[in-house]
Design a protein around this ligand. Sequence first.
Ligand SMILES: [Cu+2]
Length: 480
Amino acid sequence: MKIFNSLTKSLFLFSLLFTFGFNLKAQSADEGKTLFTANCTACHAINDKIVGPALKDVHKRREEAWLVKWIKNSQAMVKAGDPVAVQLYKENNESVMTSFENLSDVQVKSIIAYIKAESEAPAAAATAAVPGDNTKTKMNNESNESLVSSINWLLLIISILLITVISYVFSILNRIGKIQGKEVINWTSVNGFLLLAFLVIGLIATFWEFAVHSKLTVFADGPASVHGKEYDNMFMITLIITGVVFVITQILLFWYGFKYKNDGKRKALYYPDNHKIELLWTVVPAIVLTILVIRGLFVWNDMMYSKEENPRNVELFAYQFGWDARIAGADNKLGAYNFREVGKANALGVDPKDEKAKDDIIVKELHLEVNKPYHFSFRSKDVIHSAYFPHFRAQMNVVPGLPTQFSFTPSVTTAEMRTKTGKPNFDYALLCNKICGSAHYRMKMVIIVDTKADYEKWLKSQKTLAQSTPVVSENTVALK
Ligand SMILES: [Cu+2]
């Protein structure tokens, strides 16, 4: 029961964490909160350990001055031999916390103030990030969810007990049979019926999966890009063809196992081969697969080599653990970059001396204009990531030192999608689809698809690089 308890508890905490993470977007006037959300939630939560420890009451554990120093550069403290820092580092399996030297003391203090406020808020307020009225329903959903999962665990335990009891009964019957010298149970017949039961339960479960869970997938929301319709079509055709084959072969497999279970009287027929049948089941799948693959090639080529003229250029920069987006600005040309520039105030290593870079705009939440073709180029700072935009039906690997690209045209605005799906909090997301490290699952950037007017309004409110001047080192020669 102890395991059971801690399981439900951790499930509950997990769902809290999930809501917390999901509201990354909830902006507020509180600077500390904004900074915390942008910089720290990849590895920290107030009440839970993620990559780094839970930060609840950290202001009670440590001096403020120590905290400021730690947050700005924890590794420097570890290397300098600060005993608390060294111990903390060891306790956390020597995982390195990112340094935040670009944050000012005031900013770091505002983060600490936010952590303090969150620590003092009652436990339920951990979801305070949820704006407005839906706090209550969120909490209800969570307790409902944890109830449902408790029931599921209970069912699992009952099934295991049941199976154990049944297998005991069978082994007792078996022993009785041995003592009496005759077979009490006809095992081939039992197995035959089990095969039949497996077939029926398995097929019902398969259809139930499709009926119930397919509503929860991104396919149910429909595609949000122009090429997405073709992509979904292809997916459905493949699914239907393989689905029909699956159902037929499963029925044959298990039905034959049942029908020809050994009754002790019959002898198996020796039937080495039949050229007609062999030919049929080789040629038919070969033709079907060839058609599917060739169609796939055409769709892929259409997606990859977009014929749209003058797509808008956006660069997506992946790092452990997050995304930055760089919009090409008024000239629609991305400025040069150089990995040697990556650091402190210039996280993307953009060459600020390059004329083309001056109007580039770096954002943490990407806005796109609806029905406008986009060309994305991808860059990674550290390991292989994968840019995954499920609703736009797009995905591309992001490989250090190897530029990759993808083009698509968003076709449904965020507002339209919210109405269509009936989810008022719906947001498009860019996710990472490569297990790239401990906080991989937190790599998420919100994407907003705007109407032309909204997009232009948003764009005006953003700062270009020239307006925010990143720091450059003296001895760097930018790559053009
Ligand atoms: Cu990643």
